[in-house]
Design a protein around this ligand. Structure first.
Ligand code: AMP
Ligand code: MG
Length: 488
């Protein structure tokens, strides 16, 4: 190890590499010509026990470009499967490598993955590479999600490779260093189940329990407990997405994590005007992953997890199916509970009352009818301002506000407390598509200042600073709906 690497504070272990070897292929990154650090997440670096200054050194830029393996790391491509738009495929990291787990000063164990690191045995027809735009996009949106308080993989750095990659045009090649609680996916379990090796499946399940739900190891039926824990984490996660208007875009089972973090930012986006049918992804022609479908798709994906775990749920198959179905039923209830809680908080409501759901749905219905901006409607309600667009003048909206005011007055908490709850539940800004695009275009031209300012505003979305108001501006009206393209 070089002194530069030593000073950076890497502290690797790769516990995943101790799983049965069907789960990975050890593999080095394909070296790149001229790595250059574009952005480094200093606060994240320091929480990982890494020294930012040293990470900027050539030796560590080489680490984040895949040109050099730091001591203790064991690069590998993970195997997994997945239902992609409903179709089952055997997959695996086609353009990513897990270096290992960084052990943080707090004793946490976090995956360090290079995304865009070159060909692997799972690359199929792809080139193993990623372009600068989509990697910076993942950086911006994942960090915005984290600041919104939503579980997510994080972004430590983006380096350019000094090489061009071929897409519709020639693009700048880049590699993202991604940090995750783990990269275990629903699809990892589908892969294990498809192999038909119960011992491999059991080892994977024990590993997932160990890493994410150690308390469930004590349960009488630990694999059922694992299923229940993942169901609960996903119910919470998807409810949080819905509350901020986030659309993942590609909720394939390989893009759903066991830890309950948002993972694999491809054609994702935040909704502007409220409409449950909103789809941004150019590849989602049927609207399978539209905003309003996310809870039911979550349930569908979890049913695939339950099926994969069946061999571990006991000898008696009928009983196992019953238990899995019972667990899956919980998803709907938990999701609904979390969503109601989140939406109540956005309205400054502390406790449940009959009729809350109706109150919320009526507001959403009005937003939809009047094509009101989702985030800005909640901001207007928080700060007593006029609602966006036509909504402000709609008589039904005036009546709705009256109902809401009465509902607030019935609670014991003060108006100040309600305001505080609303401020901390309604972000001043979200990464709006047109602003993200502007930041990416400037970055691709070598100007990182637009992205820098956007990241700074997004880092503290509940601060409600005056400067953040600039970002509440809506996109220019356009006849073309916004489309995000897969980061391939
Ligand atoms: P994603 O849509 O990024 O979640 O990727 C779906 C699958 O395709 C994963 O197995 C990826 O590793 C693989 N993949 C995506 N892009 C590429 C690429 N450029 N080269 C090789 N594999 C890729
Ligand atoms: Mg993926």
């Amino acid at each position: 190890m070089t002194t530069q690497e030593l000073a950076a504070g890497w502290s690797f272990d790769n516990s995943y590499a101790r799983l049965p070897d069907v789960f990975f292929k050890k593999q080095l990154a394909v070296p790149v010509r001229a790595p250059q650090l574009i952005i480094l997440n200093e606060p994240l670096a320091s929480s990982l026990g890494l020294n930012a200054q040293s990470l900027r050194s050539a030796g560590n830029v080489d680490v984040m470009a895949g040109n050099r393996v730091p001591e203790g790391a064991e690069p590998l491509a993970q195997a997994y499967a997945g239902h992609q738009f409903g179709h089952f495929n055997m997959l695996g990291d086609g353009r990513a490598l897990l270096l290992g787990e960084q052990i943080t000063p707090q004793g946490e164990r976090l995956d360090i993955q290079l995304k865009g690191s070159g060909l692997t045995p799972y690359s199929r027809g792809g080139d193993g590479r990623a372009a600068l735009g989509p990697m910076l996009r993942e950086y911006i949106i994942s960090e915005a999600m984290h600041a919104l308080g939503i579980p997510t993989t994080r972004s430590l750095a983006v380096v350019t490779t000094g090489e061009k990659i071929v897409r519709e045009s020639l693009l700048t090649g880049a590699i993202l260093t991604r940090v995750a609680a783990s990269h275990l996916r629903v699809g990892t379990f589908q892969y294990a189940a498809a192999l038909g090796q119960p011992e491999a499946l059991r080892a994977l399940a024990d590993y997932a329990l160990q890493r994410h739900y150690p308390q469930a190891l004590e349960a009488e039926h630990r694999y059922l407990a694992l299923l229940q824990e993942v169901i609960q984490s996903q119910a919470k996660l998807i409810a949080q997405w819905m509350c901020v208007g986030f659309i993942h875009g590609v909720m394939n089972t390989d893009n759903m994590s066991i830890s309950g973090e948002t993972i694999d930012y491809g054609p994702c986006a935040f909704m502007d005007t409220y409409d449950p049918a909103t789809v941004f992804s150019s590849i989602d022609r049927q609207g399978r992953y539209a905003y309003g479908n996310q809870p039911s798709i979550g349930a569908w994906n979890l049913a695939r997890l339950a099926e994969s775990l069946l061999p571990l749920l006991g000898e008696d198959e009928e009983r196992a199916i019953e238990q899995a179905e019972e667990a899956l039923k919980q998803f709907g209830e938990q999701y609904h509970h979390e969503w109601l809680r989140g939406m109540r908080a956005k309205l400054g409501l502390f406790h449940a009352e009959d009729g809350d759901k109706e109150l919320i749905l009526d507001l959403l219905g009005l937003m939809q009818t009047h094509r009101a901006d989702y985030t800005n409607t909640f901001l207007a309600l928080t700060f007593g301002q006029a609602a966006p667009g036509d909504l402000a003048a709609a008589p039904e909206y005036v009546r709705w506000q009256e109902r809401w005011r009465e509902r607030q007055e019935r609670q014991p908490e003060s108006a100040e407390q309600a305001l505080e709850l609303q401020r901390s539940s309604n972000p001043a800004l979200i990464p709006r598509n047109h602003q993200v695009e502007a930041a990416l275009s400037a970055a691709e031209e070598g100007d990182l200042s637009v992205m820098g300012r956007l990241l700074e505003a997004l880092a503290d979305p509940y601060a409600h600073r005056p400067q953040q108001c600039d970002y509440a501006a809506l996109p220019e009206p356009s006849n073309l709906p916004y489309r995000t393209y897969c980061g391939t």
